[in-house]
Design a binder for this molecule. Structure first.
Ligand code: NAX
Length: 325
């Protein structure tokens, strides 16, 4: 039988994890033949709730689940893990300034970066979902000296999937008919969903939709989708966030079959985005690695949007610079 792999999920008592854990346990992320040991982390105040989630995992009698650990100790949660999904984060409290939120999360993710560095498998793949995800990934990497920063990524796959679904609806196509769509930059309202290179059933998307729709509808709808869901559902996106986290890790582990997907990764100077931030790029994944799609022509409209979201990431970085190693 295939050896089980250890998967850590933080924020395990929360609403995204409530969907994510069950998708992983049923084999949607790593395959129906890959047993898993689930290592679930939450804060002490949430451990009772986590106990309830673990009871439910037990009650599913999942064939692939070979063990479950529930803990509030990051080192215990990250021991030997090959995959770590960092979902738990400090939400913005009443009257909390953005800088305070960045600082509070930077503290959490410095602790988790250190614990990953000392305890996780040296080949671990890390996905940060908890917001502000890009900057939390930056701080995690800077506190994980034994890991390559390329091992630590942040999630913009939900934005990518939202963009696919908007373009599919507009063009009367299915999301699987669309290729070469991408999200640039930050997982925030400054992100740039870019369809200038996209195709729908092989035809240029830009020939099927007009620029006014792109600017007044498509881009703002994708950017503001999280807020629209909160308004409608009375709670933030959870199942769709979990599904996108599964997509991100599955493609990273098993390859994207030549498809372009969006991942927030350490900037390396590509497309004029200087090193120093975690920026969403179009990538192709293969053999457990990702590569940025290179040499795309960038028009002046896109350039402005790509630089604006980079600027926001530089400002986030400045707010937590003291905690970077
Ligand atoms: P919930 O508030 O339901 O759950 C968060 C859980 O994290 C709680 O159980 C809490 O106790 C735990 N937690 C807090 N601090 C922790 C720490 N230091 N270590 C371990 N666990 C800790 O939030 P949920 O709806 O699950 O969202 C989780 C995070 O995902 C939030 O930061 C949210 O903003 C972010 N999102 C990111 C998305 C993305 O695309 N990157 C989209 C969805 C979501 O908004």
């Amino acid at each position: 039988m295939t050896q089980p792999v250890r998967v850590a999920i933080t924020g395990a008592a929360g609403q995204i994890a409530y969907s994510l854990i069950f998708r992983i346990a049923s084999g949607d992320m790593l395959g129906k033949d890959q047993p898993v040991i689930l290592q679930l982390l939450d804060i002490p105040d949430s451990l009772e709730k986590l106990k309830g989630t673990i009871m439910e995992i037990d009650d599913c009698a999942f064939p692939l689940v070979q063990g479950i650990i529930g803990t509030s100790d990051a080192e215990e949660a990250f021991e030997g893990v090959k995959y770590a999904m960092l979902v738990g984060a400090r939400p913005r409290g009443p009257g909390m300034e953005r800088a305070d939120l960045l600082q509070a999360n930077a503290k959490i993710f410095s602790v988790q970066g250190k614990a990953l560095s000392s305890k996780a498998d040296s080949d671990v793949r890390v996905l940060v979902v908890g917001n502000p995800a890009n900057t939390n990934a930056l701080i995690t990497a800077s506190n994980a000296p034994k890991l390559d920063p390329k091992q630590i990524t942040a999630m913009t796959r939900l934005d990518h999937n939202r963009a696919l679904s908007q373009l599919a609806a507009k063009t009367g196509a299915h999301s699987t008919d669309i290729e070469k769509l991408m999200i640039w930059g930050n997982h925030s309202a400054s992100q740039y969903p870019d369809l200038t290179h996209a195709t729908v059933k092989g035809k240029a998307a830009s020939s099927l939709v007009d620029q006014e729709w792109v600017e007044k509808d498509f881009i703002p709808t994708v950017q503001q989708r999280g807020a629209a869901i909160i308004k409608a559902r009375g709670a933030s996106s959870a199942a769709s966030a979990a599904s996108s986290a599964v997509d991100h890790m599955r493609d990273w582990a098993k390859g994207s079959d030549g498809q372009w997907v969006s991942m927030a990764i350490p900037s390396d100077g590509s497309y004029g985005i200087k090193p120093g931030v975690v920026y969403s790029y179009p990538v192709v994944t293969k053999g457990g690695q990702y590569e940025i799609v290179k040499d795309l022509p960038i028009d002046s409209f896109s350039r402005g949007k790509m630089d604006a979201t980079d600027q926001e990431l530089r400002e986030e970085r400045a707010a937590i610079e003291d905690l970077l190693k």
